[in-house]
Design a binder for this molecule. Structure first.
Ligand SMILES: [Zn+2]
Length: 64
């Protein structure tokens, strides 16, 4: 059963399918040529919530 992954290249992000024999090996994304490792365990492509630390600058107190 082929392994389906999301390309780790943030600029690509395409779905990449690798052969089952490619588990634990390094494959190349056909879209962006990015090399990455195929996880050996079963994977389900899903969107991980992106941790974006929001740095809100302190609002200056309006003065009159
Ligand atoms: Zn890619």
């Amino acid at each position: 059963m082929p392994v389906t992954m999301i390309c780790p290249n943030l600029k690509c992000g395409r779905t990449v399918t690798a052969a089952d024999s490619a588990r634990g090996k390094v494959v190349r994304c056909a879209h962006c040529q990015q090399l990455f490792m195929v996880p050996s365990g079963p994977t389900t492509p899903r969107e991980d919530p992106v941790d974006s630390p929001e740095e809100k600058p302190a609002k200056p107190t309006p003065r009159r």
